[in-house]
Design a protein around this ligand. Sequence first.
Ligand code: HAM
Length: 401
Amino acid sequence: MVAHFARVVEAAGYGLVVSPVFEDVEVFQRVGDSTDVVRKEMYDFEDKGGRRIALRPEGTASIVRAFVQHRPAVPWKTWYAAPSFRYERPQAGRYRQHHQLGVEAIGTADPDLDVEVVSLGWSFYAALGLQRVGLLLNSLGDEVCRPGYREGLRQYLDGRRGELCDEHKIRLDDNPLRVLDCKSPGCVAVTAGAPRQLDHLCEPCREHFDRVKAGLDAGRIPYSIDSRLVRGLDYYTRTTFEYIGFALASAQNAIGGGGRYDGLVAEMGGPATPAIGLGLGIERTLLACDAEQVLTAADTLPLLDVFLVDFAGGEAARDLSTELRAAGLRVDRAFDHRSPRAQLRAADRSGARLAVIVGPDEATSRSVELKDLRAGQGTGQETVARSEVVDAVRRRLDAGC
Ligand code: HAM
C-alpha cells in the first residue's frame, strides 16, 4: 500500500520526509486546543528531564515544524507514511495507534494545488482498485470572512443552546464550528438549519473555491459539497475535503481527509506561508479494500524485475545480482544452494517478471538463460551472452518480457 502511494505522489514531485514519533507537546497543541485530538486524545507525558512530550497524533504539525526550522525552498512538496497515536476507545476502524499516508505542500496559495492534492488521494484509491469511494468538499473561508460567519453561527446556536448535547451546551462559545461536526441527535437537528460558511465566503475565498471545483470537474473527479465538513482539527482554512469509503460502516467510514491550512506556518513562528495537505488512514483503507475485495496478491505491485536462479555454484547469482542492481533493476535470488527445482519454484512465487538462469552449461559458456516467468512452459526462453545480460533484460522488460 505504501509503495502504491509512493508511486502516485512521487510522480507528482513529492519527496519523502521522516519526522519524529514524539515532539514537544506545544508542536501538537497548535493543531487546536478546542479539538478532541488535543484535549482528549493526545498521549502526552513528562520525560526524565521534566520536558512535556507528546506522541504524534497526526502528521501535519511535525512537517510544518520542520518547515519553520529548516526553511526549504518553496513549494516544499512532501509525503510521509507515519504511525499516529490517539487515546480513544478502540473499535473497528478506530485505534490508539493508526498509520497515515500523507502529503503536505507548503508555499503556494494556488487553487490548482488544492486540485492536485485532492486528485492524488483520488488516484491512489483508484490505483488500489477501490470503486466505492466518495469525495466531500467544503470551504471554511479565511481570516477575513470566517470570524463574521463564526459569530453568526454562535448566535444562532446560542439561541438553541438547550437542545445541544451536554458537551456543546458548555463548549459552544470556545468553537461553534465544532458543533457542526457533532454526531449527537440534538446537535445534528439544531445545525440542520444553521447558517452555512459557503453562503458567507469573501470574494477571494469564493473565487478560490470556484477554481477548485472547476479543476475537479475538468479532471472528472466527482464530489459532493458538504457545508458541515469542518474536520476535527483547528488549522483548516478554505478548502477542506474528506474521502468516504461507502463499503464501510458509517461511523468510521472516513478513509482520508485534508485541507488548506494557510495560517499554521505563521502560527508556528514562520513567515506567512499558505499550505495544503491530506492524510489517509492505512487501516481504514485496508478495511475498505477488504470490504470491496480488492488488493489480492495478484493486484499488488510487482516488487521485482528479475529472479536469479543459479545451480552452478552460486557465484553467478552473487555477481549478477550486484551487476543488475547497479543498473537500477530490482533483483532477488535464492540462497543455500537449493535444487534447480526449488529455485525455479521460488522464482515463480517471487512476482518477478523474468528469471535469469545459470546452470553448469551456461557457466562454462559464459551465457545465461532468460525465462519469462509469466509465459507457459517452454515459451519465452532465450540464451544470451553473460556480458549482454543487462541490455538483454532491459529489452525484454521493455517489450513486456
Ligand atoms: P484526520 O482526518 O484526523 O486528518 O486523519 C486522517 C485519516 O486518518 C482519517 O480520515 C482516518 O482515515 C485516519 N484516522 C484518524 N484517526 C484514526 C484512528 N484513531 N484509527 C484509525 N484511523 C484513523 C489528519 O490527521 C490531518 N493531519 C490530515 C491533513 C494533512 N490535513 C492537512 N494535511
